[in-house]
Design a protein around this ligand. Structure first.
Ligand SMILES: Cc1cc2nc3c(=O)[nH]c(=O)nc-3n(C[C@H](O)[C@H](O)[C@H](O)COP(=O)(O)OP(=O)(O)OC[C@H]3O[C@@H](n4cnc5c(N)ncnc54)[C@H](O)[C@@H]3O)c2cc1C
Length: 318
């Protein structure tokens, strides 16, 4: 059986791992690298985890799934020195009461381990699907891929809607947009992660202080949700400047450099009516963090539910 998966984030990686015993799995990813919203931006001597800074696991299935990667230290618990920061406000220490996990040495290294041994076609933006059940083709710019027996999308819901809209894909979800600034600092603060009391900046994370990282002065700045929602259609240069100035004011410094990343679909705030979508007669399916509101854990749960449904209702068992 030939299975095509669209999207190389955590839900695509979970699908790939669960479904590889059924046949050949090929993954198509529109970005240059894998990871989706758990991606890492790299320069010659620095790396920024500019999507999810970490994640938690409350679901037992997710905990079991993570365990081998915790054993071989592809994943590790993160214990940052945390503080609060606000203009003219006294900083105080913060603590976490449950484990928070990060990939080591970068966030997407864990995703790379999940995809190991499978063909991931990066820089391949799938624009449409055509054919028939058991003989599907995917079209990217100037290229066709296939045939595939099954096509599964793990893209954010709105992007899946574009691909599967003509096949009765009728789920809806709402996402919080976000902005992230990737900076280089000239000095080394005493904290690793700062939660900010500020209308523009939500938090600051020193990327190089995370487990297994190059010990550089790389800083990731995440914008406040409400401010990001208000600015989502604004000119990127203006957003970058406002976010940069707000972070520089909080730290009372000037950054050596800063680069903006916009997340149109950062985190789910209203989940879909179903954990996943499967049309056995069409041999099409979809999953993603839109199946819940717990970020990475929801991506895993949705992909696990789709894999289980496909194994039970797939062609062999119809
Ligand atoms: C700034 C930020 C902070 C976050 N913080 C947390 C946190 O603290 N804790 C937590 O649990 N979660 C957090 N999250 C959310 C978490 O990262 C996501 O829930 C999770 O990574 C989603 O995984 P996914 O596989 O469902 O989707 P994605 O990671 O988005 O993967 C989907 C992939 O599909 C690709 N794609 C889309 N359309 C196409 C197409 N047409 N053709 C080919 N490829 C396509 C995309 O490029 C992407 O790589 C955060 C996210 C962001 C952005």
């Amino acid at each position: 059986m030939n299975i095509a998966i669209i999207g190389a984030g955590l839900s695509g990686a979970t699908l790939c791992r669960n479904l590889s015993p059924l046949g050949t799995v090929t993954i198509f990813e529109k970005s240059r690298g894998i990871g989706g919203r758990m991606a890492t931006r790299q320069s010659i001597d620095a790396a920024w985890d500019h999507g999810a800074p970490c994640f938690i696991a409350r679901d037992n299935g997710f905990k079991q799934f993570l365990q081998p990667f915790l054993n071989d230290q592809t994943l590790t618990e993160w214990h940052p020195k945390m503080t609060t920061l606000g203009l003219n406000q006294k900083a105080y220490k913060r603590t976490w009461f449950e484990p928070h996990y990060v990939g080591q040495p970068t966030m997407n290294q864990w995703l790379k381990a999940l995809f190991a041994g499978h063909s991931v076609e990066t820089q391949c933006d799938i624009q449409s699907i055509y054919g028939e059940p058991g003989k599907w083709y995917l079209a990217s710019v100037g290229r066709n891929h296939g045939p595939f027996d099954w096509v599964l999308s793990s893209a954010p819901l709105a992007q899946t809607q574009v691909l599967f809209g003509g096949f009765n894909f009728d789920l809806a979800a709402r996402y919080q947009p976000g902005f992230t600034l990737l900076c280089e600092l000239a000095f080394s603060p005493s904290w690793d992660r700062a939660v900010c009391q500020d209308p523009v900046v939500a938090e600051l994370i020193l990327s190089g202080r995370r487990p297994g990282r190059h010990p550089g002065k790389t800083l990731v700045v995440h914008a406040q949700d409400q401010w990001a929602s208000e600015q989502i259609a604004s000119e990127p240069a203006m957003v970058e400047q406002t976010l940069r100035r707000a972070a520089e004011a909080l730290l009372n410094t000037d950054f050596d450099s800063a680069k903006l990343h916009r997340w149109r679909y950062a985190q789910v705030i209203e989940q879909a009516a179903s954990t996943h979508w499967l049309q056995p007669a069409l041999q099409l399916g979809a999953c993603g963090d839109w199946g819940g509101t717990q970020g990475a854990e929801s991506a895993f749960i949705s992909a696990k539910a789709l894999s289980a449904a496909l194994v039970h209702k797939g062609p062999k068992n119809q």
